[in-house]
Design a protein around this ligand. Structure first.
Ligand code: C2E
Ligand code: MG
Ligand code: MG
Ligand code: MG
Length: 286
């Protein structure tokens, strides 16, 4: 029996490979169509000042509204976009769209602070990245001081000795830089110290089991202390409970984001959230 199925196994294996390749091709074709048919969306999650409760910025997070499959999260299509080289076009789209939304809020007299946009490893390594971003900033007249780019710690490390000069060229545009998912990539203090970065975003895995997770708490406290020593802002990702918020506030963590404050929201819903939050954080008139 085992011998019989041996041949079947081989043919179904190669069949599976063909299916995988086809899926990949059709995924690339579907993504191209998504871009040209306006199926991509940006949701926004507020970045909160833990001392005052104010919104200090918003992070732009891409989604794909597929007519058949519904709302597809970024982890399910960004890897395909990376593989196929479409990530450059997707990245340019997210940057332009989020700047448009942001300028719409400013025009209404609502100031969300800064706009944070994610860069994938391949985008970061792309030689045209700096001129692409410069082009969008120029055509939208968006002030670079309002823009922050998020690069994961692993993407930085994989660029090796190139990372520092890549970051310096981006910084020369006048924008801010954050290390995303910080704590997962084993970068050394000596390495970090030489990089022109402004912010560390502590990975959610260290926040998830707070406050009962003693080790996680100690790691977060160490990153907060390190941020202070290196004059970097620290933001804790993925706050889901009041207890986590209190723990981080007591530890002196300056900023945070997470479902506890708000899930990522479409632009119109974020506007409503910003209006409400503005009211609740302003001193109440007597
Ligand atoms: P990220 O940059 O680390 O973004 C944070 C992720 O954590 C988001 O997932 C957000 O929805 C989620 N999150 C926020 N608060 C909470 C919380 O309290 N609990 C939990 N469980 N999750 C929370 P999302 O939107 O699915 O994005 C996943 C990743 O996809 C992002 O991780 C980022 O690496 C990537 N990504 C998203 N948008 C873009 C984009 O426009 N360009 C690129 N290159 N990558 C993107
Ligand atoms: Mg991010
Ligand atoms: Mg992150
Ligand atoms: Mg993360």
């Amino acid at each position: 029996k085992a011998k019989d199925s041996g041949r079947n196994t081989y043919s179904s294996y190669s069949q599976e490979l063909t299916e995988k390749a086809q899926q990949y091709l059709s995924m690339e074709a579907r993504l191209r169509k998504a871009l040209s048919n306006d199926e991509l969306r940006v949701h926004y999650q507020p970045l909160i000042d833990l001392q005052t409760g104010e919104c200090k910025g918003v992070e732009a997070l891409m989604r794909w509204q597929d007519p058949d499959a519904g709302l597809i999260p970024p982890m399910e299509f960004i890897p395909h976009a990376e593989q196929s080289g479409l990530i450059g076009a997707l990245g340019e789209w997210v940057l332009s769209q989020s700047i448009k939304d942001f300028q719409g809020w400013l025009d209404l007299g609502i100031d969300p602070g800064i706009l944070a946009v994610n860069l994938s490893p391949r985008q970061f390594a792309e030689p045209q990245l700096v001129s692409q971003i410069a082009g969008v900033l120029k055509s939208t007249q968006f002030p670079a001081e309002r823009l922050e780019l998020e690069i994961t710690e692993t993407a930085l490390i994989s660029r090796g000795d190139q990372a520092e000069s890549d970051l310096r060229r981006l910084k020369s545009l006048g924008l801010a830089l954050a290390i995303d998912d910080f704590g997962t990539g084993y970068s050394s203090l000596a390495y970090l110290k030489q990089l022109p970065i402004d912010k560390l975003k502590v990975d959610r895995s260290f926040i998830k089991d707070l406050p009962s997770d003693v080790t996680g708490g100690e790691i977060v406290a160490a990153i907060i202390a390190m941020g202070k020593a290196m004059d970097l802002e620290v933001l804790a990702e993925g706050i889901e409970t009041r207890a986590q918020q209190e723990f981080l506030t007591n530890q002196g963590c300056p900023t945070a984001q997470g479902y506890w404050f708000s899930r990522p929201l479409p632009a119109d819903q974020l506007l409503l959230w910003l209006k409400n939050n503005q009211q609740t954080t302003l001193p109440q008139p007597l």
